[in-house]
Design a protein around this ligand. Structure first.
Ligand SMILES: NC(=O)c1ccc[n+]([C@@H]2O[C@H](COP(=O)([O-])OP(=O)(O)OC[C@H]3O[C@@H](n4cnc5c(N)ncnc54)[C@H](O)[C@@H]3O)[C@@H](O)[C@H]2O)c1
Length: 250
């Protein structure tokens, strides 16, 4: 299987290539980034237009800024894509939905198995602990561009599937008064080289329950993205996520 890595010169792009090279069946064909490069024979182009050979999948770990180019290349060449970048807005999500009518797309703001199980566990707890206050704390390295993290948004969306009337409140500052019962507090910590930590706190009367996930290395996201590429390469069109991958492997 051949893959194109979008964001090839970034931290995740490098990790993904390293992990792909360790597999027997996945070969990094070339990369795309904002400038051209040659990494020991692995070519990185500054445009999808410069790619001559067909790949089985594109894996994107770049930024929301590349979305339009990724989608137009994938639709034009019928190449499935795994979209791992975060920070997409409503227009981006609508564009992803539209493109998935013509090509297979897989999107997850967190490619780790643990986080996706965490979300299912949080949804279960939310149903049982419906009267508890729920707060999300995420911690990431000091280079992260978007806040809150895409994963914190996924956790919040999971809670809102259970309680559609909950309202997200980002960080608190000043005299905010007593906590409104239906808030979901979301807090972003930035510092050092933290790969990614997420905590979900259920605080009730005289007891609290905290779920914690720590990503100890970027390898976990790279491994998940490669599993997603194996999954999506077999599909013709449609939009898939980690739930589809997990249920196929269940
Ligand atoms: N889904 C997941 O599990 C997961 C895990 C980690 C990171 N991420 C996300 O992946 C993205 C990349 O993370 P990173 O830590 O590698 O960041 P990074 O800043 O180290 O790398 C991003 C790379 O993308 C390139 N890039 C930016 N805009 C581009 C464009 N328009 N076209 C082509 N290339 C472009 C940059 O030049 C850079 O080389 C971020 O959005 C991050 O939040 C997702």
């Amino acid at each position: 299987m051949k893959i194109i890595i979008c964001g090839a010169l970034g931290k995740m792009g490098a990790k993904l290539r390293e992990n792909a090279l360790k597999t027997d069946e996945i070969t990094p064909l070339c990369g795309v980034d904002i400038k051209c490069a040659d990494l020991n024979g692995f070519k990185v182009y500054d445009s999808f237009d410069k790619i001559a050979e067909k790949a089985d999948a594109v894996i994107d770990f770049s930024s929301k800024a590349s979305l339009e180019n990724v989608l137009s290349y994938c639709v034009k060449t019928k190449t499935p894509a795994v979209l791992c970048s975060t920070g997409y807005d409503e227009n981006d999500l609508a564009a992803i939905n539209k493109a998935s009518e013509n090509v297979a797309l897989f999107r997850s703001a967190n490619m780790s198995l643990g986080v996706n199980v965490l979300i299912e566990a949080v949804k279960f707890a939310a149903k049982k602990l419906y009267d508890f206050d729920i707060e999300i704390i995420e911690k990431h390295h000091n280079k992260k561009a978007d806040a809150p993290s895409g994963t914190a948004v996924m956790i919040k969306d999971g809670i809102k599937e259970v309680f559609p009337d909950r309202i997200e409140v980002y960080g608190r500052h000043g005299i905010v008064g007593a906590r409104y019962k239906k808030e979901i507090g979301i807090h972003a910590v930035r510092g050092g080289t933290i790969v990614g930590e997420h905590q979900v706190i259920f605080a009730g009367d005289n007891e609290s329950l905290t779920f914690t996930h720590n990503a100890e290395s970027r390898d976990v996201f790279a491994a998940g993205a490669l599993s997603a590429a194996r999954f999506i390469a077999k599909k013709e069109k449609g939009l898939f996520d980690m739930k589809d991958l997990l249920s196929e492997n269940a």
